[in-house]
Design a protein around this ligand. Sequence first.
Ligand SMILES: [Zn+2]
Length: 87
Amino acid sequence: MKNSTNASATSKFYCDLFGHNYEITKKVTSHVKEYTCKCCKRQLTTNSNGKLTELTPKFQEINTILEKIYTRRMMRLKKKTLSSSIY
Ligand SMILES: [Zn+2]
């Protein structure tokens, strides 16, 4: 357990020095994405202002709802385009 604590402390130090190394871990909608730092595992998300913010449980909840709405809308859009091209 001591080793893992040391490792995360080191990567946090690295992030403080060189900045975080974020990668997209989840695409919620076309505008909202979730990012995780490869080094310290810090998580960010896009908020309603289009700015990056800490991925708190509250934002995780919002993103889950957003994703559901987005997927449903996309499915409806696809269906609409499909039927309009047939008829
Ligand atoms: Zn980091």
